[in-house]
Design a protein around this ligand. Structure first.
Ligand SMILES: [Zn+2]
Ligand SMILES: [Zn+2]
Length: 243
């Protein structure tokens, strides 16, 4: 998994070159659309708030859709991503944290965050779930089917509807781990360096209210005041199934 992901992310980062050389403005708009699907619906609402923290109850159709989009974001399978994130909360900014800039350094935390070793016990809690297990086992099949579909549509679509948005998501998501643990305000006293950062709040659909999140990890709402825009949180309010 890790080697394939590393190779795929090299390609994703290289996609910046054809985007600069060949892309029209409409290609960037499409790429941002995919970044919304993979980043907001996928990583933020599904991998992070639904699967890892179980902070809201999603309709089953959304869970499947969100897991599909998150998989196509190329940040790792739901099992690997969520296990790494559970470890992050358990050991935030301590030596066992898989992506603390204070422990691993900024470069590793920013670019190699998904390649740190994950404890088996953290993985097991997700592999027991048949849906998560399915998306883990078929992670690369999902990529294959999507790439095949894009190639049939337009070969350049692999760049602007897959690789380039994956590069954006990798870096934006990692900024939460690095900048979000260094720069910004810390209204809540937590045993880590998590910060609220306005720029990251906008860039990552509300994920940038990271100090709020470390203080209230079980809450699906990361914005704590009316001006803290949390797009993912707003969408969750619309979609949530009341228990
Ligand atoms: Zn979290
Ligand atoms: Zn954090």
């Amino acid at each position: 998994m890790a080697k394939k992901l590393f190779f795929a992310q090299i390609l994703a980062h290289l996609s910046v070159i054809p985007m600069i050389v060949y892309a029209q403005p409409r290609h960037y708009v499409w790429a941002l659309g995919i970044y919304f699907l993979t980043g907001c619906l996928g990583m933020s609402m599904t991998y992070h708030r639904l699967v890892t923290h179980q902070s809201w109850t999603a309709p089953h159709w959304f869970e499947i859709l969100g897991l599909t989009f998150a998989s196509l974001g190329l940040t790792g399978s739901c099992v690997a991503w969520c296990a790494a994130h559970r470890m992050h909360h358990q050991f935030a900014d301590k030596p066992q944290d898989p992506h603390s800039p204070h422990q691993q350094g900024y470069f590793k935390a920013q670019f190699l965050s998904m390649f740190s070793p994950i404890r088996l016990s953290a993985l097991k809690s997700f592999t027991k779930n048949p849906t998560y297990s399915f998306f883990h086992r078929h992670y690369w099949h999902i990529q294959f089917v999507y790439v095949l579909f894009l190639l049939m549509m337009d070969p350049f679509a692999v760049v602007y509807l897959y690789l380039f948005p994956a590069c954006l998501l990798w870096n934006a998501g990692s900024l939460i781990n690095t900048v979000g643990h260094r720069f910004g305000s810390q209204p809540f006293h937590t045993a880590d360096e998590s910060r609220n950062n306005v720029f990251l709040g906008i860039l990552m659909w509300g994920e940038g209210w990271h100090n709020n999140h470390h203080r209230f990890p079980k809450s699906s709402q990361f914005g704590r005041t009316f001006w803290q825009l949390d797009i993912s949180g707003l969408l969750i309010r619309l979609l949530e199934v009341k228990r």
